[in-house]
Design a protein around this ligand. Structure first.
Ligand code: KE4
Length: 468
């Protein structure tokens, strides 16, 4: 009898704790809303700036996904951020679940990262010459991701993937490449075939201005489909001609999709068999899903890796690197040319070092715990609402898909109800929660977010779902 009593006492205590937290998060959420003058869909200052911006920039923005085309309405102009919060030009505060599309793993204006940038800037902003700091960051990256035996800094993810492909073609002396349907690797011509992210959202996965010749050697294969991948390798026209297979090991640009257990190891085996280089585009997943990225998480060694976002701490920095023999073809050591005025920029490198210094295993446990709280909370909201929706998550990156079937590739991602996502996006925005303005993207939690912030998000979602 004692055992049963103890169990029921424990259950009661757990229930009491859940009730306490729910009340606390309700109080926290209401005070957050009151600080933000409740529901705020009136943003005159953003509207005015947007009209001016449209006179200057195509679509009023400097990157298409920022234009709110996928969700409708006028983009919110932000002027500052602190930790997990951003402020718009109308004085509204939002809990930020975009995090600049992934870089801000410590949130906005992290004191250590700002201090590192200020210190670096006070000694000059760029030299166009080698600096000791670049060695420091490169050694930290290689310690965390040993497959990057040699690497090169560039200024964006696009530059990283574009360069990695050129290196793969130069090393193998082959011309064809395989990319994933809905995979996004930046906007280099050869990769703008069936591209994800903004290209997919705007319905231009094959961008105008990219000539047929530029993508003639680009083979597109659905994610998680090993039969299609084997067929692509075996096809007579492709045999022994495929230089590289480039893949986001955890796709984030068709919404967040998980690789099936055997998928990535099988890609490694296929590349080995066909002497094709395996390129992991870890611009999102690198230093986001763990210190060693997706390649450590899944235990698969790529030949080349592309990095970006987190390792620049919010400043422009990308990396490509991998096997020393492959990187040996890069100029000035070898005949493959790649260059950049601001490559290894001292400010970006300083921000990257400050970021990686703090990104220890405890940080990733915290990120996964916060992500788990959000996934569980949203799961309860979805079940209670009866709405067709599901959360797909790895650590602190997630997508709330408005479909109840598992999203395993682009075709299933396209089943999601993007109109309903747009309504959810704006209802949450009006309550002070800033999400990626597109269904087929990943959202991000930072180490600046607290459990109360996550609870507030869930309370808001609980309020919004019935209105969808
Ligand atoms: P950038 O050139 O934008 O730094 O990186 C290109 C890139 C490469 N690889 C992956 C896996 C990426 O996700 C990206 C860029 N991601 C998008 C959002 N999913 C950036 C946002 C934007 O285009 O404004």
């Amino acid at each position: 009898m004692d055992g049963v009593k103890r169990k029921s006492a424990r259950t009661q205590a757990q229930q009491a704790e859940r009730t306490r937290r729910a009340r606390l998060s309700q109080v926290h959420y209401i005070s957050f809303r009151m600080a933000n003058n409740g529901i705020t869909s009136h943003r005159p200052a953003s509207q005015g700036l947007y009209e001016r911006a449209c006179q200057l920039f195509p679509g009023g923005v400097n990157s298409p996904v920022r234009a709110f085309k996928a969700v409708g309405g006028t983009p919110v102009f932000l002027h500052s951020g602190q930790g997990a919060r951003v402020q718009d030009v109308d004085g509204n505060t939002y809990l930020d679940f975009l995090g600049s599309w992934g870089p801000l793993i410590f949130g906005h204006a992290d004191p250590d990262i700002i201090a590192a940038i200020v210190a670096a800037a006070s000694s000059g902003t760029s030299f166009g010459a080698p600096t000791p700091r670049e060695i420091d960051l490169a050694e930290r990256i290689r310690l965390a991701m040993p497959t990057l035996e040699k690497l090169r800094f560039v200024s964006s993810g696009t530059e990283a993937t574009m360069s990695a492909l050129r290196v793969a073609r130069g090393f193998t002396k082959r011309s064809k490449i395989i990319k994933i349907d809905g995979g996004y690797h930046g906007h280099a011509d050869t990769l703008l075939a069936a591209a994800g992210s903004g290209a997919l959202t705007l319905g231009i996965p094959g961008s105008a201005g990219v000539t047929a010749a530029a993508v003639a050697d680009t083979i597109v294969v659905p994610f998680n489909d090993l039969d299609a991948m084997e067929a692509a390798f075996e096809a007579e026209a492709n045999r022994d001609q495929i230089a590289a297979l480039i893949v986001e090991p955890i796709p984030g640009n068709m919404g967040l999709v998980l690789p099936r257990p055997a998928y990535l190891p099988k890609l490694r085996a296929l590349c080995d068999h066909h002497k094709t280089l395996l390129i992991f585009d870890e611009v999102i997943s690198g230093f986001r899903v763990g210190r060693g990225g997706a390649q450590q998480l899944f235990g698969v060694r790529p030949d080349l890796t592309c990095l970006g976002k987190v390792i620049g701490g919010g400043l422009p920095l990308g990396v490509y690197g991998g096997r020393a023999d492959v990187m040996g073809v890069v100029a000035p050591e070898g005949p493959v040319y790649q260059a950049g005025t601001l490559s290894g920029n001292p400010l970006a490198v300083a921000a990257g070092i400050a970021t990686l210094k703090k990104l220890d295993d405890a940080a990733f446990r915290t990120l996964d715990s916060l992500g788990g709280m959000l996934e569980d909370g949203l799961g309860r909201v979805i079940r209670r609402s009866g709405i067709k929706a599901r959360v797909q998550r790895v650590g602190s990156m997630f997508t709330l898909f408005f479909t109840d079937t598992e999203v395993t590739d682009l075709a299933s991602a396209k089943q999601a109800d993007t109109t309903r996502f747009g309504r959810f996006f704006h209802a949450m925005l009006d309550r002070g929660f800033y999400l990626p303005p597109a269904q087929l993207e990943a959202a991000f939690i930072s180490l600046a977010h607290t459990p109360d912030d996550i609870e507030s998000f869930v309370v808001a979602a609980k309020e919004v779902f019935p209105t969808l």
